[in-house]
Design a protein around this ligand. Structure first.
Ligand code: CTP
Length: 250
């Protein structure tokens, strides 16, 4: 229609706002750092028409990638299949399965900061069928053997040679949020976990808001309910503070 699409110039006032944001003193606290983000679900094929997946819109991970890019970081976003647009300012690598996601994450190393926001499917079909699996008419459910997928966050958290300085994961829980998040912090070798309650009544899954508990080895910080964009901005602030304190900030 001529109003939107590839090649259409952004509105001049948007360009001015973006330029002002970049030029504001202290506006690029992550400049000089490589931030690696995962986002979205993974799809694990069963046969050519079926797959196993977790529910995930990619909104939170994409917002984090965008916020890190606006803060001056070089951002690599490894995204599973989502319907939202690639964030501006990040290099986005599109993958489908957990194994492809792990491969893309490892290929993007070294990174200074890793933020693993993807809802990776924990299991995949032990064998992907080349042909569509058919019902046999008896009503019997065919067995579907599953094997566990690699844990991308734990792989980075325990990486022997290229562990990012700051490894951040999420914990999607429906109960005992803090206890489960603290267990994930330890078991995956992460530095921080952003725990969120994803029970259906919270509307977090697919929605625009999130309520986070930031769990670190030094304690738990409860953040009020805010938009996923605000969560991303606050996380970037926390990262910038941490870089400042460790003296490695730009
Ligand atoms: N994660 C990952 N690779 C996996 C599974 C999870 O990188 N194969 C990461 C997620 O991106 C997230 C964190 O681990 O940062 C926790 O994910 P979550 O789904 O909450 O937990 P699980 O590890 O899957 O554990 P469980 O299903 O038992 O709660």
């Amino acid at each position: 229609g001529g109003e939107a699409g590839l090649g259409r110039m952004a509105e001049p006032l948007e360009i001015v706002a973006a330029a002002e944001a970049i030029l504001k003193p202290g506006a690029r606290p992550l400049a000089g750092h490589h931030v690696l983000v995962t986002s979205g679900p993974t799809h694990e094929p069963i046969d050519p028409v079926r797959y196993i997946a977790n529910r995930s819109s990619g909104k939170q991970g994409h917002a984090i990638a965008a916020a890190a890019a606006s803060a001056g970081a070089r951002v690599t976003l490894v995204s599973g299949p989502v319907t939202i647009a690639d964030p501006a300012g990040a290099t986005t690598v599109h993958v489908e399965t957990a194994r492809q996601m792990l491969e893309a994450v490892e290929a993007a190393l070294p990174a200074d900061i890793a933020i693993m926001a993807a809802a990776v499917a924990d299991w995949r079909a032990a064998e992907e069928s080349d042909a569509k699996l058919k019902k046999d008419g008896t009503g019997t459910v065919a067995p579907l053997p599953l094997v566990q997928n690699p844990d991308i966050l734990a792989t980075l958290g325990r990486h022997h040679t290229l562990r990012p300085d700051l490894v951040i994961g999420f914990a999607a829980e429906t109960n005992d949020l803090k206890a489960h998040a603290e267990a994930k912090l330890r078991s995956k070798g992460a530095d921080w976990i952003l725990a969120n309650d994803v029970s259906p009544e919270t509307g977090v899954m697919g929605g625009d808001d999130n309520t986070i508990h930031l769990v670190t080895t030094s304690g738990v910080e409860a953040w009020p309910k805010m938009t996923k964009t605000e969560v991303a901005a606050r996380l970037v602030e926390r990262i910038a503070d941490r870089l400042g304190k460790s003296g490695s900030g730009a």
